[in-house]
Ligand binder design. Structure first.
Ligand SMILES: Nc1ncnc2c1ncn2[C@@H]1O[C@H](COP(=O)(O)OP(=O)(O)OP(=O)(O)O)[C@@H](O)[C@H]1O
Ligand SMILES: [Mg+2]
Length: 244
């Protein structure tokens, strides 16, 4: 595997007395797409929040680019190249699409780079360009997700952390979003994503981890995970039933 951009070493995260992440190890290589699977309440979103510094681990190490980031504020993490696309999208609903994209670049000065990045987002998402003056709260769910991904790109990230990018999207939008995630990855951005849509996620991911009640129970190349009986029954089978 490529050298690690992000690593968890023996991470334990709690909410009060509730022990959510239990001695968790992850290693996300530069240039990889890694997907995190797991049932409800297994600690997937907590993983993403721990990376962003929204939640602090009680013990263990979170290393980014070889450095311990436990003490860094979320904004400093964004400055260093980690961008979140977290649950419920969290756009500023009263601001326009353009203003939301502008906020994505808040850690940098405006200038030619800003214009280039904006152009790149508009190229990836023609729909976002078309809607740039619209108030974000009035966009469809799929459009909001595109703006959220576009906003993450505006910070020029090395690593994008996504929490269920396909949630609430119609099959056509899901496909588009996954195509774009793959495209962003090809442009050099490392992706760590939580996904319920296991078959889609495994089709674009290089590797995957499975979390069960806060413990990593399985990890490996995505192609192998697709053939794994436990994964088939717990995640892929379930998806097929849901899709039927
Ligand atoms: N702020 C919080 N305070 C207390 N408990 C919390 C908090 N956030 C999450 N939890 C609890 O931690 C556990 C793990 O939550 P988490 O959101 O990480 O799960 P998840 O794997 O993302 O689940 P889902 O698939 O349902 O999104 C859950 O039992 C949840 O109720
Ligand atoms: Mg979650």
């Amino acid at each position: 595997m490529a050298d690690a951009l992000l690593e968890f070493r023996g991470v334990n995260t709690y909410y009060g007395d509730l022990h959510v992440l239990k001695n968790v190890d992850y290693s996300i290589g530069r240039g990889e797409i890694v997907c995190l699977l797991g049932g409800n309440a297994s600690g997937k979103s907590t993983t993403m929040k721990t990376i962003m510094g929204v939640v602090r681990p009680q013990s263990g190490q979170v290393l980014y680019d070889g450095q311990e980031i436990a003490d860094l504020a979320t904004s400093e993490r964004v400055k260093r190249g980690i961008a979140p696309v977290l649950e419920a999208r969290r756009l500023f609903p009263r601001m326009t699409v353009y203003e939301n994209l502008e906020i994505g670049a808040y850690t940098r000065k405006k200038g030619p780079e800003f214009d280039q990045d904006l152009e790149r987002v508009y190229q990836l998402f023609p729909r976002v360009k078309e809607r740039r003056t619209q108030i974000s709260g009035t966009l469809s769910g799929g459009e909001q997700q595109m703006v959220a991904i576009g906003r993450a790109l505006m910070s020029r990230p090395k690593l994008i952390c996504m929490d269920e990018p396909s949630m609430g999207l119609s099959p056509l939008f899901v496909e588009q979003v996954f195509d774009i995630i793959q495209e962003i990855n090809k442009q050099g951005v490392t992706i760590f994503m939580v996904e319920q849509n296991a078959s889609m996620a495994l089709s674009i991911a290089h590797r995957a981890y499975v979390l069960q009640t806060g413990v990593v129970v399985l990890s490996g190349p995505a192609a192998e995970m697709k053939e794994n009986e436990m994964i088939k029954q717990a995640y892929l089978g379930e998806m097929q039933v849901e899709a039927a």
